[in-house]
Design a protein around this ligand. Sequence first.
Ligand SMILES: [Fe+2]
Length: 177
Amino acid sequence: MAIDIGISEKDRRKIADGLSRLLADSFVLYLKTHNFHWNVTGPQFNSLHNMFMTQYTEQWNALDVIAERIRALGFPAPGSFAAYAELSSIREETGVPNAQEMIRQLVAAQEAVARTAREAFRLADEADDQPSADVCTQRMDVHEKTAWMLRSLLEDGGDVAVAAAGKPGKKGKKSKK
Ligand SMILES: [Fe+2]
């Protein structure tokens, strides 16, 4: 039976293609994060091992939402490593990098998925497809927030310390006269 939801087939195809790229990026990020959960080592082991678990679990659940939106638009959802390798903008990790490099790779990958979601959002928005736009918005929010958290691990807190050190100077003004 033909689909008649008020979006042309041409537009549905365009959006489904955008969401397929988002699904591929999401799967590669999922796998990378689970890989790092297994293989991370070093003094930050416990916090990174657990943080990566939270992230890959959220990511795993998102795959289903994206894939099923593609199905609702009337197109098959890509579900093979071959398809993901072709569609994804993220390179998979085949070695075992150190913890810092893992975090760096995850920041870059989270940002890459955010960019892909933003592209898919534009396609959905142009075609008046609110549910797809909603999926993209939610994914952008998660990836940008997760990128911030991971990026924070790479900073030594020096800037914050300097800013905080500046404040006590104002203490003197406390006693006005
Ligand atoms: Fe585990």
